[in-house]
Design a protein around this ligand. Structure first.
Ligand code: SAH
Ligand code: SF4
Length: 389
């Protein structure tokens, strides 16, 4: 399917001339308060009050300019602008699919680019699929990101920036909870969030803050290929909803599709899931299952899946395989997917098929891959030095 001609290569690379002033837009409340005081712009006694004011401007109103902060005096505005910035990272490319899906290629730093996707009509209103790493170390055989070497983990600020850029583009600063287009966040973009848990947790703390973007933690889902030792910490630190990329019902096949399974096989993974903090019928874990023709899509495997999930409050998401250039699999036939889904339905799992979205702009699950190449640490330091100059 040809992509709509809405792809825009937007700006030349300005990152090399970006200022070295620290950015306040991706800090937690505590970090923000500390930065204000340490810089000398705000006295310690007023830190709490000023942090509250700035927090609302940055995270509720979405301003990127200190001079828009009308309850902050002109002198303080000027002194903040001297010391700090609220700039967004640069959107290098923006694409809009014929089905309304939007995809942004964002340059976080020279050579560090990630993709973020907004999908309408998913969740309560629409979901933003954010990336947690540039590339991925886990080479799942059906995933485009898996073909790209890990460049690096994203910082909490870079994760939050993806949400801010989406809200800029959707015109949602501020937005009442009832009529916002961006109602859910899924960590299903590039990378394995549980290999970057501290930054992911910090980002969730910022995004869910009630006086800011105020996305409920129950509308934030973290998807993992199964990093079992981090599951408990994920639940305790974030109270986010959990999604597990299962994709196979036996270890031989899962070892092949999701190589991390060799380290944490299915039985170990399921024990970890059962122990996930806060799991209940109202807060179910989602099992993702990509439909690969002739590989994992038989009725016997549907029944095996039901068996595996016995006693676990669970939902199932069948994902029709999204092909990418050179991918070694084919998506299961629609009839096969329906037969598989019908078996799950009869066992009480409602509407488990996920409609593919944004396929025409390669924005669907597992199709994301930036051109960022892993670069030597010495080269990166040189680029960062140039960036800061
Ligand atoms: N690393 C995490 C989150 C990112 S992948 C994880 O693996 O869960 C998000 C989801 O997309 C996962 O369920 C992943 O298995 C699925 N996925 C990857 N490639 C895909 C493809 N080509 N077609 C459909 N789903 C895919
Ligand atoms: Fe990494 Fe997830 Fe892709 Fe596997 S499916 S390679 S864990 S991003």
């Amino acid at each position: 399917m040809p992509s709509l001609n809405l792809s825009q290569r937007l700006a030349p690379d300005r990152s090399a001339v970006r200022s070295a002033r620290p950015n306040l837009a991706g800090l937690t409340r505590d970090e923000l308060a500390a930065a204000l005081v340490e810089s000398g712009a705000v006295e310690a006694a007023k830190a709490k009050m000023r942090t509250g004011q700035l927090w609302r401007w940055i995270h509720n109103t979405g301003v990127t300019d200190f001079s828009a902060m009308s309850n902050v005096g002109k002198d303080l505005q000027a002194s903040l602008a001297e010391r700090f910035t609220l700039d967004r990272p640069e959107v290098v490319e923006r694409q809009v699919s014929r089905d309304g899906t939007r995809k942004w290629l964002i340059r976080m730093a020279p050579g560090v680019e990630v993709e973020t996707v907004y999908i309408p009509d998913v969740g309560r209103a629409g979901a933003l699929c954010v990336s947690s790493q540039v590339g991925c170390t886990l080479n799942c055989t059906f995933c485009h990101t898996g073909t790209q070497a890990l460049v690096r983990n994203l910082t909490a600020a870079e994760i939050v920036a993806q949400v801010q850029i989406a809200k800029d583009d959707l015109g949602e600063w501020p937005s009442a909870k009832e009529d916002r287009a961006l109602s859910n966040i899924v960590f299903m973009g590039m990378g394995e969030p549980l290999y970057n848990l501290d930054e992911v947790a910090k980002a969730i703390e910022i995004i869910s803050d009630n006086e800011g973007i105020a996305l409920s933690r129950r509308r934030i889902t973290v998807s993992t290929s199964g990093v079992v030792p981090e599951l408990k910490r994920l639940g305790e630190m974030t109270q986010a909803m959990l999604a597990i990329s299962l994709h196979a019902t036996n270890d031989a096949l899962r070892d092949e599709l999701v190589p991390l399974n060799r380290k944490y096989p299915i039985a170990v993974l399921m024990d970890g899931v059962r122990a996930y903090p806060g799991l209940s019928n109202a807060r179910r874990v989602t099992f993702e299952y990509v439909m690969l023709k002739g590989v994992n899509d038989s009725p016997a495997e549907a029944r095996a899946l039901i068996n595996l999930m016995k006693g676990v409050p669970a939902k199932i998401n069948l994902i029709p395989f999204n092909p990418w250039p050179g991918s070694p699999y084919v998506c299961s036939d629609w009839k096969t997917i329906e037969t598989f889904a019908a078996i799950l339905n009869r066992a009480g799992y409602a509407s488990p098929i996920r409609t593919p979205r944004g396929r025409d702009i390669l924005a669907a699950c597992g199709q994301l891959k930036s051109e960022s190449e892993k670069i030597r640490a010495s080269t990166r330091r040189r680029l960062q030095a140039a960036d800061a100059a």
